[in-house]
Design a protein. Structure first.
Length: 133
C-alpha cells in the first residue's frame, strides 16, 4: 500500500548496484527496509502521517534521497571515471550512510513519538543533499 513504489524503486537501485559496490548496495537495501518499516509504522499509527514531520519525510526527504541514490548508482555504473568523479563517488557514498542514518532516526522518532527529535532530524536532512550531482 502506502510507500510500496518507493520501496520497490530503492530496492531496484540496490539490486543494480550489487555487482558494482556490494557494501553500498547493502546500505541501499537497509534504506529500503527502513522506508518499509516507516510506512508500516504509518499504517499502524496513522496519526503520525498527519504530522509535518511525516509530510516532510514523504514529500521532500524520500524523493530527494531517491534522486541522490539514483545519481550515485548511475555514476558508479560508469565505465570510466575521472579522478574528480571517483572523489565525488566517495563523497556520495558517505552521504548514503548519512541518508541511511537519517531514515533510521526518523523511524525511531516516529516509533517513540519523539517529535522534537524528528524536528531536529528534519532540519539536519536539509544539509544532506548539498552536494552537486
Amino acid at each position: 500500500a502506502l510507500g510500496r513504489e518507493w520501496i520497490k524503486k530503492i530496492a531496484r537501485l540496490a539490486k543494480d548496484l550489487e555487482k558494482i559496490n556490494k557494501e553500498t548496495a547493502i546500505r541501499l537495501h537497509d534504506i529500503a527496509d527502513m522506508v518499509a518499516a516507516l510506512f508500516k509504522n504509518f499504517e499502524t499509527d496513522p496519526k503520525d502521517l498527519a504530522t509535518t514531520d511525516a509530510r516532510r519525510l514523504i514529500n521532500d526527504h524520500l524523493p530527494r534521497a531517491y534522486r541522490f541514490i539514483d545519481a550515485y548508482v548511475t555514476l558508479a555504473g560508469s565505465e570510466r571515471l575521472t579522478d574528480a568523479e571517483k572523489e565525488k563517488l566517495l563523497a556520495m557514498e558517505e552521504k548514503i550512510s548519512t541518508i541511511k542514518d537519517s531514515f533510521s532516526k526518523h523511524l525511531e522518532g516516529f516509533r517513540n513519538s519523539d517529535f522534537n527529535a524528528l524536528a531536529v532530524e528534519g532540519e539536519t536532512m536539509e544539509t544532506i543533499y548539498n552536494l552537486d550531482i
